[in-house]
Design a protein around this ligand. Structure first.
Ligand code: SF4
Length: 493
């Protein structure tokens, strides 16, 4: 979607200045409460960091049947008006926020916005998907050859068509059938007229949690969205688990061949909100532990530890606590970038990073500064931040990065540049340091990251405990579509 305004920094994501991997979706569902769609809107608002391009809600009401609203833009701009919310009545609703998924970047149509809806002989079903189907091209080809007519360019629509072709009697059974054919990463929230359904792929790559809200139940990508509606966090949906929730309670199935879980380790580093709980531990605490680990692995003499806000903050606090070097807010983020009314000019567009971040000059001047960031993707933002810090009079700049070098693209539901554009794909650590022109640059090691997320012995190289493909190049599910279009996997060692 084109930028609505030069100060709308969403336009930076495809430009040189946007330098982060982006989670592509957040999902949320509620059953058993009055006006469930209102709860879903709040939940999606709390999950907005997982997708800001568009959002949608489907609800069901005994009198009015299924209703849906799908819109571009923020949840707060679309799902706060009474007029819209009145069109979504009923005790059961699901919703989705998204960035564009693989294959549809920059050309998203409203028909690509989830949840998707299908009408089956036994009733309707709506489905919202977080993740990426790695065999979507071949599934889509096969389905089209057999007569399916696709409405969108989204991979996730394959699930609805596979369900339509299943011979099973019930919708949950058809969904099991469909998802057995799907490869890759999926967390799914779906609904029928009477059921809320949640499923995680057998590796559990993307998160999904269960909560209790009053007499009802809720499913969410993250626990932070349970908090906003006052729901109690019950548990994570297990990898490979399907839960079917009705007014009688929660039924659990394990329809897939069991596999060792491979949760996305980057959720701990960056994607999830710091106030969420992952693996029984607060994301904030884990990020602080990453900072401590980084300080042990990569110490340096300096005067200040400064985060690159906001995502580098907990790791910078951890680095400061471990090293004893004072923590300071050397860079200030403008929290109100989203909306202003200044006329667009080329000059404003060229300001890039400076629109979002400003250096706290008085603090930085003459100091040896350690900058802690969560990741380096293309390196464009890191370079500009370094220039801002030096312009402000810093004596030295040392980068410390709370993730290992990102050298491989993600094919499991995260927006990553092509491999050639990843700085770490073409440069060694020392070459990256030279490229960024900083006094030192160090990344946390993969083992260090594993220790920080609670694996005391580090990474098990024979059977890694997490998905870490964007660092290691070892993909837990072969990205079949990508290989077909020329992607070269890492050679076996
Ligand atoms: S490749 Fe990286 S970002 Fe993608 S699921 Fe694996 S760890 Fe997460």
């Amino acid at each position: 979607m084109p930028p609505s305004h030069p100060f709308d920094t969403s336009y930076l994501r495809d430009g040189d200045d946007e330098d982060k991997l982006r989670e592509e979706c957040g999902i949320f569902g509620v059953i058993g409460v009055v006006d469930a769609a209102n709860f879903v809107a709040l939940g999606l608002h709390a999950l907005q960091h997982r997708g800001q391009e568009a959002g949608g809600i489907v609800s069901h009401d005994a009198q009015q049947g299924f209703q849906s609203a799908r819109r571009f833009g923020y949840v707060r701009d679309n799902f706060t008006s009474q007029k819209v919310m009145e069109t979504l009545p009923g005790p059961l609703a699901i919703g989705h926020v998204r960035y564009s998924t693989t294959g549809s970047k920059g050309q998203t149509a409203i028909r690509d916005v989830q949840p998707f809806f299908g009408e089956f002989a036994m009733g309707g079903a709506a489905i919202a998907h977080n993740g990426n189907i790695t065999n979507a091209n071949s599934l889509r080809r096969e389905l089209i050859e057999r007569g399916s007519i696709f409405q969108s360019s989204s991979d996730s629509e394959c699930i609805i068509h596979l369900m339509a072709r299943s011979l099973q009697r019930t919708i949950p059974e058809r969904m099991e059938d469909a998802l057995r054919r799907v490869e890759g990463a999926f967390s799914v929230v779906a609904m029928t007229r009477t059921k809320l359904i949640g499923v995680r792929d057998p590796l559990g790559v993307r998160p999904l949690v269960l909560g209790r809200v009053g007499d009802g139940w809720t499913l969410s990508s993250e626990t932070c969205a349970l908090d906003i509606i006052g729901a109690e966090f019950i548990r994570e949906i297990a990898p490979g688990e399907m839960v079917v929730i009705t007014d009688k309670g929660v039924e659990s199935h394990f329809p897939f061949r069991p596999q060792k879980p491979r949760f996305c380790i980057f959720e701990h580093v960056y994607f999830s909100r710091p106030d969420s709980i992952l693996g029984g531990r607060s994301v904030y605490e884990t990020r602080e532990a990453i900072g401590r680990e980084l300080a042990k692995e990569a110490p340096v003499e300096a005067d200040l530890v400064c985060p690159v806000p906001d995502s580098g903050t907990p790791a910078a606090i951890g680095y400061s606590l471990q090293s004893g070097i004072p923590y300071a807010m050397g860079i200030i983020r403008n929290q109100y970038m989203g909306r202003t009314f200044i006329e667009p000019t080329e000059q404003i567009r060229n300001m890039g990073v400076r629109l979002k971040l400003n250096v706290n000059r008085a603090l930085i001047q003459g100091k040896r500064v350690i900058l802690v960031d969560d990741s380096v993707v293309r390196g464009t933002t890191s370079r500009k931040i370094k220039e801002m810090i030096l312009d402000a009079g810093a004596a030295e700049v040392h980068f410390r990065i709370a993730s290992p070098p990102t050298a491989w693209p993600c094919f499991y539901g995260v927006d990553t540049p092509q491999r050639e554009k990843l700085l770490a794909a073409t440069m060694s650590e020392e070459e990256m340091r030279e490229h960024l022109q900083v006094d030192s640059l160090r990344f946390i090691s993969l083992d260090g990251l594993y220790r920080a997320v609670g694996e005391a012995k580090g990474r098990n190289s024979k059977q890694p405990q997490y998905c870490d493909a964007c660092f290691s190049g070892e993909y837990p599910v072969e990205p079949a579509d990508q290989i077909e279009s020329g992607f070269e996997m890492k050679a076996a060692e």
